[in-house]
Design a protein around this ligand. Sequence first.
Ligand code: UD1
Length: 419
Amino acid sequence: MIRGGRGLRGAVQISGAKNASLALMPATLLAPGSYTLSNTPNLRDIQTMSRLLESMGLGFGHADSTLKIDASHVTKFEAPYEHVKKMRASIYVLGPLVARYGHALVSLPGGCAWGPRPVNLHIEGLRKLGAEIDVEGGYIRAKAGRLKGARIVFDVSSVGATGNVMMAAVLAKGTTVIDNAAMEPEMTALAQFLVKMGAKIDGVGGNPLVIEGVDALHPADMTTIPDRIEAGTFLVAAALAGERGATVRVERCNPDHLSAVTTKLEDIGAQMTYGADFIEIQPPPAIRAVNVTTSIYSGFPTDMQAQWMALMALAQGTSIVTDTIYFDRFMHVPELIRLGANITVKENIATVIGVKKLTGAKVMSTDLRASASLILAGLAAEGTTEVLRVYHLDRGYESIEKKLQGLGADIRRVAGEEF
Ligand code: UD1
């Protein structure tokens, strides 16, 4: 429940990156022993991954932001539908299981709220490394002796497929070259973690990745990178609903990971100041309309598209928001329209005609980033906005309402929602 119009100001601290943690956690299947992953956010998706790995025999302790994992024993090599349906990233167990144990049974993730999300590249990549894979009864069944290094050229740059193949190739015999590997910071973090565990990976952070397989890995500790999407969301919140003349300081982030977003914020007229691990933003007197097209890193992230649209809803003029990663990711549009936005969507292109004001209403979250965009719109709207099904938010934003309250927002969680 949000009462809009309170100008945001002050400082907010960013948590660890959900999508990095979700890749680091299954990597612990690759070597027995104890791991400490610092700066791990306390989120529903992290709990889902913990429960899945627990069902395979691993032990977990999460206190504050330190995640301890005991991966001494792996007793099961399965990711059942009950887990995978809750979170697609469960598929990250496939590569490590087949590389280390020679077999895996992983439920095929279905579509998601905004359309189909295939995993063909994960499967083809692992097949190239020598795994035998059948898809049957909704499950991926993989078998292999020791995997063998190969050259893999991804048609599409995929974060998940890069992660899965990387985690498999580190234990394969010989050299694997991954061409068109995803260069998202979360994949760089995974590569760095694997190197700490004894993997040999060249070209980390770029392309191609060249992996020389080793016979065995060992446990390692890691501090998770800051969540660039959470940081971007707070920056857009400040641009949209910041107090005029005041600043919002987004702390414990990595400005280098956010340049696609911060450049666009400069274009709308916001005053930006950058430090080593913080970004300060002063909202513009009037928001200029600025187009964005999502693309792979270091382009504008698809995970910031919905939030950007909330900002453009109140811009002066017309902007075009194009999603080239997920063509159907526009579930937030009808909800933003309920708040008074003027948006039309044709194929993967949204035309946003800026309006003078948004007005509070009841709206429905459909997925994680859509929920964030509705919260941002609610902060700027006149009157009260009720965002339903906020459990989507808890998948990816740690204590978002508390962090926004810290910036002066009038937002509270109303108990009693079922899901
Ligand atoms: C990850 C992120 C998600 C983000 C997305 C794109 C995690 C847990 N999730 O998802 O938040 O929105 O990256 O930055 O890190 N594709 C195929 N075949 C495949 C795999 C992907 O065609 O086998 C296509 C997808 O349909 C999409 C594109 O590749 O168009 C990129 O998807 P991908 O990078 O794989 O996304 P995820 O890893 O699922």
